[in-house]
Design a binder for this molecule. Structure first.
Ligand code: AMP
Length: 218
């Protein structure tokens, strides 16, 4: 059976970093970031990438069916007993319903945990404005909070670090608004299913501590 562990939270809440930390701490987890997959599609200039670009540039959401297609293709290509950590997916209640339907079909699996990473807005903006990403492996850094050992170079793989095109102040404010308007309703969706846990995500180690045991136990 597939297992889906979902990290919810505003842009900059630390979903990518927490997913990386969890993957290190608990063996057998696969990190799926729809943002990374869309950026890869964009770099490869694929049809999906070019369609997604117009939305991503403005900080808007890529249509649900496009995102669900890349996720279902990815899950179908993996083993049937994989444990996935989703970061940045689902982003709308419709995506959550599509994911549930996909997992229910042929009894593929289920959503086991949803962790809501809670961070005050002013911290989010600061984190995003200073965020750096590895072009090769997608590892996440921050100019002051998580600096790489060598400026501009990924500690993990030696790849080049860059700032995402949508990590600028104007787009960030739009992304936060999109989160409040479209993604925050997912909190109720998963709370009603009794799989939601709220985690104060101001500190990296404490965030991992709050999540790790739940993930290990399942
Ligand atoms: P992220 O890396 O998760 O911050 O995503 C960057 C951008 O990719 C978002 O602002 C959206 O434009 C798009 N995106 C990523 N994941 C999704 C998703 N699940 N649904 C819709 N758009 C997404």
């Amino acid at each position: 059976m597939l297992e889906a562990i979902i990290l919810l939270g505003a842009p900059g809440a630390g979903k990518g970093t927490t997913a990386d930390d969890l993957k290190e701490a608990v063996s057998g987890l696969t990190h799926v970031s729809t943002g990374n997959m869309l950026r890869e599609a964009l770099q490869a200039k694929s049809e999906v990438g070019l369609e997604a670009k117009q939305f991503m540039d403005k900080g808007e959401l890529v249509p649900d069916d496009v995102v669900m297609k890349i996720v279902s293709d990815r899950l179908d290509a993996g083993p049937s007993d994989a444990r996935y950590i989703f970061d940045g997916f689902p982003r709308t209640c419709e995506q959550a319903r599509l994911l549930d339907a996909f997992l229910a079909e042929d009894d593929r699996g289920q959503v086991s945990h949803v962790f809501l990473l809670e961070v005050p807005t002013e911290v989010l903006v600061d984190r995003i404005a200073g965020r750096l990403i590895c072009r090769d492996c997608g590892a996440v850094y921050h100019v002051t909070n998580i600096p790489p050992k060598v400026e501009g170079v990924c500690d993990e793989c030696g790849g080049e670090l860059y700032q995402r095109a949508d990590d600028n102040r104007e787009t960030v404010l739009n992304r936060l608004e999109v989160y409040n308007n479209q993604t925050a309703s997912l909190i109720d969706y998963y709370a009603q299913k009794n799989v939601l846990r709220r985690v104060k995500a101001l500190n990296r180690e404490k965030t991992l501590d709050a999540i790790r045991d739940h993930v290990q136990a399942s």
